[in-house]
Ligand binder design. Sequence first.
Ligand code: PLP
Length: 392
Amino acid sequence: MAVSSKIQSAMERGSWIRRMFEEGAALKARLGPENVFDLSLGNPVMEPPEEFLAGLRRLAETPVPGMHRYMPNAGYPETRAAVAAALSGGTGLAVTGDEVVMTCGAGGALNVVMKTLLDPGDEVVIFAPYFVEYFFYADNHGGTCRVVEPGEGFLPDMNSLERALGERTRIVLINSPNNPTGVVYPRIVLDGIVDAIRGAQRRHGREIFLVSDEPYRRIIYDGLAYPDVFTSFEQGIVATSHSKDLGLPGERIGHIAVHPGYAGRSELVDGLVFSNRVLGFVNAPALMQRLIADLQGATVDVALYEAKRDFMWERLRDLGYEAVRPQGAFYLFPRSPIEDDVRFTELLRDRGVLVVPGRGFGIPGHFRISYCVDDATLEGSLGGFADALSAL
Ligand code: PLP
């Protein structure tokens, strides 16, 4: 067997979404694609905004000499400055381009942050339900994850957080708006997490960073203002991308931002830039950097996602499903009507509806719906949801 036993077992562990994808393909072949309602993937249906396409045409028609060459590993200074200006506007802090490193998506950003901060055996505290890739990212850099259990409404249980913080903790990693619940952490929760981190730092005499994985930051509903991590903590690090807010997951463009008030920021940014290089990313894609520099105020039409949220949450509630009402992202995480979430997702699958079992996110007894699909798919899935309940 060519594949190492470590990667084999990682593939087994991280395979829920992939498994649903494969089952979906088999189901489409069997039932016909019009009878399969695939709500398993976080691959947004929304096309990038018109400004993006116009920028792309402009670049193709009037190329800038050298625009496909290597650049500084941190990215183009103009792009870093544009990202910093948007962050300053959102937080009221004077963020500059020196605190920004352009990356290959949020996944690239998280790997660069972990490579820079973790020593072998260090711990990353994560919150269930979680994005399963966190385990693999931490492992890439010699780290391990400690999981905090959720409390009411999928907000963190603070006692569980206290127990998870130890002498090897280096990173506390949050994701708000959250995949898979759609929950947005309110300011009071962020401040509670920061208090716990400060206590652990005092106890163990070691710096701990609060990393905010926030690719859904601009997909937020009900007129909510985003509670940003920088306002709560000078050891906050943002890791994000335009995969979701501009609908560009295939283009791999994101960034890291370090708090402008963090005393060690210059050394930290040097480390991030070095890690970006030696991980083989080298720099974030050049064309994308040029394009997103002018798009810091743009998003896909978030109102359309909000309408999908309303539609799915209300219809499922009317059918008898229970779910926390999401305030952002494009996922719902209902309770499985039977304890065995895998069994329930099979019942749905047999009715042409594909979702992901909650155990793929560390919380059995639930399942995840991605509603970033077209309305016909959402409408078409409702029969299967009703039928699966009546079959119990
Ligand atoms: N973090 C979370 C919570 C996500 O849901 C995703 C993608 O679905 C990522 C990170 C990775 O995003 P990117 O495609 O920008 O690497």
